[in-house]
Ligand binder design. Structure first.
Ligand code: ME8
Length: 510
């Protein structure tokens, strides 16, 4: 039976245009999906857009459009950006699609029929930008504790989800599954939150109507988070349980930002428990990007537009930078200077230079034909073993979603490769005909190590890796078994590489 892997991003609100924060989560999901494909998994990678709710309705009013017109326009911005960033998703869900609306109505009806959704009355403080209700005690100085904006007192008839009933079951699940919520610090926050007590949750609104109607009571629309979270199963075909839902649910990992962890680690699993469905295997909340030390915001006009970054620095440089610069799970700061520094040092100097030097030498000493490896010295064996160990290290890192650590392990091999050239001094070996076999070993070892490096890097930097593999005479598709040492066939034609990443003048960048 083939192994499957299901990864999701949040579905993004269409009242905002995409910025590097959105690109970050989607990129991480893409890298993970590509890596798992390389490892032989059947992968389902889902992204999409969250198109209902008061926030979208208000933005549409301001723009003089209907909410659907707004959504149709902004969804293209997201899809266009994903294409530009080489994001290979399996499916893109929009919450205004029929397949989604049907699934949401179905699960809502199911939970209501068993008595876990009931009609009551709501009175509380509501933060419209966050689409969240707060109790009096949760407010900070009378304002929303998440965004510090003013809140409104709302009293309305509302359907409630009996979340309180699932408190103990959720807690037991979190405690029995240490990997369920990651990173660990965030898991502890959720445990304390749940222990403080779960209240029943208002899951319908009557104050606006841009949403999915409550089945049987059309005065109410379903709460936007109930609607949105359900995308993760409606995209698979739920309520048809014989669809992709059967193959891929429960999800292997929901990748999200730390801002929406509570929705994913508390609300969503309790909805699923009530519906009698398995809960996600893992929810990973990554950190927050600021820009040149400041929070990204429209009013500060410092929103970093990924399109602009790609035009200026290239897709793969952006893909590499975002995942390398900051450990996934921690907050990070974006700056042009840091990006340029990474391009020059890691990509141009280390990665590009190693490929240039080694392919040039095979051309100089062996007319561009890869020699068979001869006898090995300790230096050769050590470099080979380091490369083999890296493959295992990266695999462990990917399981922990430690992208940056995985890239570091790859770069240790690249640096070791550059050092290996200096230590074996092929130019000296080349002068002595008796050392020809050793020279062959050095060339083979260098190129084979880079073939493995670039196979793994194809998950992170698909274009660069494809180019490099071409220079290295590797024309096969990337498969897991090809990560083993010795697959590059002697006799392969090696092309002298052009610079993979031209250096950028650092002082130009402000
Ligand atoms: O919350 N740093 O949508 P959203 C890092 N529709 N990541 C960031 C970021 C930043 N500065 N800004 C945004 C919603 N993100 C809901 C989700 S899911 C069922 C519904 C990323 O458009 C991060 O992944 O506000 C965050 O969780 C997400 O964008 C929020 O996107």
């Amino acid at each position: 039976m083939s192994r499957t892997f299901y990864v999701t991003t949040p579905i993004y609100y269409v009242n905002d245009v995409p910025h590097i924060g959105h690109a970050y989560t989607t990129l991480a999901a893409d890298v993970l999906a590509r890596y798992k494909k390389l490892k032989g998994y059947e992968v389902f990678f889902l992204t999409g857009t969250d198109e209902h709710g008061q926030k979208v309705e208000k933005a549409a009013n301001t723009a003089g459009e209907t909410p659907l017109e707004l959504a149709d326009r902004v969804v293209k911005r997201f899809q266009g950006l994903w294409e530009k960033l080489d994001i290979q998703y399996t499916d893109f869900i929009r919450t205004t699609q029929e397949r989604h609306k049907n699934g949401v109505s179905h699960i809502f009806t199911k939970i209501m029929a068993q008595g876990d959704i009931y009609l009551g009355e709501y009175e509380d403080w509501y933060c419209t930008p966050c689409e969240t209700f707060w109790t009096e005690t949760q407010l900070m100085d009378g304002k929303c504790p998440d965004c510090n904006r003013p809140v409104d007192k709302l009293k309305e008839e509302s359907y409630f989800f009996r979340m309180s009933k699932y408190q103990e079951q959720l807690l037991a699940h979190i405690e029995a599954n240490p990997d369920f919520i990651q990173p660990k610090s965030r898991r502890n926050e959720i445990i304390s939150f749940v222990k403080e007590g779960l209240r029943d949750l208002s899951v319908s609104r009557t104050s606006f109507n841009w949403g999915i109607p409550v089945p049987g009571n059309e005065r109410h629309v379903i709460y936007v988070w109930f609607d949105a979270l359900t995308n993760y199963i409606t995209a698979l075909g739920y309520p048809d349980e014989e669809s992709a839902f059967k193959t891929y649910w429960p999800v292997d990992v929901h990748l999200i930002g730390k801002d929406i962890l509570r929705f994913h680690a508390v609300y969503w699993p309790t909805f699923l428990m009530a519906a009698g469905l398995p809960v996600p295997k893992k929810v990973f909340a990554h950190g927050w990007w600021t820009v040149e030390g400041q929070k990204m915001s429209k009013s500060l006009q410092n929103v970093v537009e990924p399109n602009m970054l790609v035009d200026r620095y290239g897709i793969d440089a952006v893909r590499y930078f975002l995942l390398r610069e900051v450990p996934f799970g921690l907050d990070g700061d974006f700056s042009h200077a840091a990006l340029v520094h990474r391009i020059n040092s890691d990509l141009a100097n280390d990665l590009g230079n190693l490929l240039n030097r080694s392919t040039a030498m095979v051309n100089k000493y062996f007319d561009g034909v890869l020699p068979a490896p001869g006898p090995q010295t300790e230096l050769d064996t050590a470099f080979r073993e380091k490369t083999e160990a890296m493959v295992r290290q990266v695999d462990a890192c990917m399981d922990e979603l430690a992208f940056s650590k995985g890239l570091q392990a790859i770069w240790e091999v690249i640096s070791a490769g550059n050092k290996y050239i200096d230590e074996t001094a092929p130019w000296t070996l080349a002068k002595d005909p008796a050392k020809r076999d050793y020279l062959g070993t050095v060339m083979y070892t260098l190129l084979e190590a880079q073939r493995i490096v670039h196979l793994i890097l194809s998950a992170f930097m698909p274009r660069t890796a494809a180019k490099a593999l071409d220079y290295l005479g590797w024309t096969e598709p990337c498969r897991d078994e090809d990560l083993a040492w010795g697959r590059l066939a002697p006799g392969a034609r090696i092309v002298k590489a052009e610079a993979l990443f031209p250096r950028i003048e650092e002082k130009e960048e402000k």
